[in-house]
Design a binder for this molecule. Structure first.
Ligand code: F6R
Length: 610
């Protein structure tokens, strides 16, 4: 998730681009850059770091131009650095890009053979070279871009300038957002509206496969597949800039909860081939033969990422039949763990900077383990120090309470488990296909799960004044009970506990009285009967039962009227779906209690001290 901006008009484009990038910084902030046309020559200025640094870097030059592109980066391919920062350039073609090009390695190899020289590690640079190669064949910018994009697989929102056609910006989108701002004789492209709200409130939203051509005279849109012109509706934006930054949501946490279908789709993108039944672990240096020899897996993390690790144990042991040990990083680093040969440590960390997780990772390496990190931040310490990385690509997570980072970690673990099970010969081809087919439906099912928001708000209104809350789960959804409780306590300050439902009789059942709300996770799985009897035990002691069940399950409904129904999926993916209502419930309870949802007291997004 990066931010792009483009401007053509009579103002000086440079401050417009810098101001727009600042408004988009929430989309990424590891490096930034601008390009502009001056005296019909392209100029590019880029640097690692935040927009502020770019601003300082260009200040002395007093640059002026009436056309330009800008980019704030959240690295996906290649570490944050000046070379990898956008805009990218090949000859007179300059491109800014938000998205992921899945087949860039093949495209890059092909272009290199034809003499193209690459200067970055990014996937984006192939787009410039492809457009350049088609313009050299005599195509104008529009046609060259269309031809180039026919070869590209993946998601993109791009802005393009050509030195040879100095009065034009092209913008094209597929599966990454792009909006056009329409001012008075000036036009904008941007990943999101806050980038140009200061100048205009009239906007058009580009749809997949649409190309916009911006000139000083206006904007025209066409369909890149049919070449037909498209008539677009102009909308008036009524959001304030602060609201627009959060996509119209009240808090970043809510926005990030709603981003999950997109985030999960990005985690999955390019990770496997359904036809070949193969998993593509691009950044992972372990070969199939190494996976085959694996004797043990350690999963280590902190907080919410540790909950993902707990789910990972259920997935890996069940699918691949490889023993797993799960540790909280701060425990692992001091407990003198026994690391056998042929063992893999999987570290889970959204930020890649959590002090205890990094120390545990170091300790595991010292003791001879190979380390793979499932991480969201490209170029973070964890990703640099690990032997391999599985990037979740969920985009920057700004709300302190982790949501989309968690469900994308679960998605990554699912893909890894299938890879491991395949290497170990534990799954037949048909089973692998079925698992991937279900995974492909996950973004849509998460979208459906989000529809329970109104019902959750009603439940939150009933319970937000309580002092305590209990969450129960079993099997692969027991860690989701822990996650639901953590989310509630960290943002609403209600005391909450997550329990494996079978443990209730061994102590916690003493807490049940008429004031105790108990949320039970009851998906249609191998332990449904067991959780139903646990629910009965709560009910008969006066506890206030809320149940989350699989769509259409009338048996669970018979136990309580506070029901939430989730779309059906397989056992391994049910934790992803069942986390959605729990994150939403914590969110609504916190808002009703007037808590600072995005920045809860005493907490930091990244815990970089022990
Ligand atoms: C809770 C939360 C934290 C983090 C934990 C680890 O909502 O966000 O518990 O999960 O601090 O952070 P990362 O994953 O960055 O290592």
């Amino acid at each position: 998730m990066c931010g792009i901006i483009g401007y053509i008009g009579s103002r000086n484009a440079i401050p417009v681009l810098i101001n727009g990038l600042k408004r988009l910084e929430y989309r990424g902030y590891d490096s930034a850059g601008i390009s502009f046309l001056k005296d019909d020559k392209i100029g590019v200025r880029r640097c690692a770091g935040k927009i502020k640094e770019l601003e300082i870097f260009i200040r002395k030059e007093k640059l002026k131009s009436n056309i330009g592109l800008g980019h704030t980066r959240w690295a996906t391919h290649g570490k944050p650095s000046e070379e990898n920062a956008h805009p990218h350039r090949a000859g007179g073609i300059v491109v800014v890009h938000n998205g992921i090009i899945e087949n860039y390695i093949e495209l890059k190899e092909g272009l290199k053979k034809k003499g193209h020289v690459f200067t970055s590690e990014t996937d984006t640079e192939v787009i410039c070279h492809l457009i350049l190669s088609y313009s050299k064949k005599g195509h104008g910018l529009e046609q060259a871009t269309k031809e180039a994009l026919k070869l590209v697989k993946g998601a993109y929102a791009i802005g393009v300038i050509n030195e040879a056609e100095p009065d034009k910006i092209l913008a094209v989108k597929k599966d990454s957002p792009l909006v056009i701002g329409l001012g008075d004789g000036e036009y904008f492209i941007a990943s999101d509206m806050p980038a140009f709200l200061k100048y205009t409130r009239d906007a058009m939203i580009l749809e997949n496969g649409e190309m916009a051509t911006l000139t000083h005279k206006g904007v025209s849109v066409s369909d890149i597949y049919s070449n037909r012109p498209v008539k677009k509706k102009v909308m008036k934006i009524t959001w304030s800039p602060a609201m627009a930054e959060k996509g119209g949501y009240k808090h970043f946490m809510l926005k990030e909860i709603y981003e999950q279908p997109r985030a999960i789709a990005d985690t999955i993108r390019g990770r496997f081939s359904l036809e070949k039944g193969e998993v593509n672990l691009k950044e992972f240096s372990l070969k199939q033969s190494d996976l085959k020899k694996l004797k043990k897996v350690f999963l280590v993390a902190c907080g919410t990422s540790w909950h993902a690790a707990l789910v990972g144990k259920y997935m890996i042991e069940d699918m691949a039949r490889v023993p797993c040990e799960v540790d909280i990083a701060s425990e692992f680093r001091y407990r003198r763990p026994l690391i056998p040969g042929n063992c893999l440590m999987i570290v889970l960390t959204q930020s890649g900077e959590t002090a205890d997780t990094l120390a545990a990772q170091k300790e595991a390496k010292r003791l001879g383990a190979r380390v793979l990190t499932i991480c969201n931040v490209v170029g973070s310490t964890s990703s640099r120090e690990a032997d391999g990385v599985f990037y979740t690509h969920s985009g920057p997570e700004i709300g302190v309470a982790s949501t989309k980072a968690f469900t994308t970690q679960l998605t990554a673990l699912y893909i890894l488990s299938v890879a491991l099970a395949k290497a170990k010969g534990q799954l037949r081809a048909a089973e692998i296909t079925a698992l991937f087919n279900e995974l492909l439906q996950l973004p849509e099912k998460v979208e459906k799960a989000l529809k329970c928001d109104d019902s959750i708000l009603k439940i939150a209104k009933k319970f937000y004044r309580v002092r305590d809350f209990l969450y129960l789960g079993r099997g692969i959804n027991f860690p989701i009970a822990l996650e639901g409780a953590l989310k509630l306590k960290e943002i609403s300050y209600i005391h909450a506990e997550g329990y494996p439902a079978g443990e209730m009789k061994h102590g916690p059942i003493a807490l049940i009285d008429n004031d105790m709300p108990v949320l039970a996770l009851a998906p249609d799985d191998r332990v449904l009967e067991k959780i139903l009897s646990n629910m009965e035990e709560v009910k008969s002691r006066g506890g206030k039962l809320i149940a989350v069940a699989t769509e259409g399950n009338t048996r669970v409904h018979a136990h309580t009227s506070h029901m939430l129904f989730m779309p059906e999926t397989n056992y391994y993916l049910s934790p992803v779906i069942f986390s959605i209502p729990l994150h939403l419930l914590a969110y609504h309870m916190a808002v009703l209690r007037k808590c600072n949802v995005d920045q809860p007291r005493n907490l930091a997004k990244s815990v970089t001290v022990e």
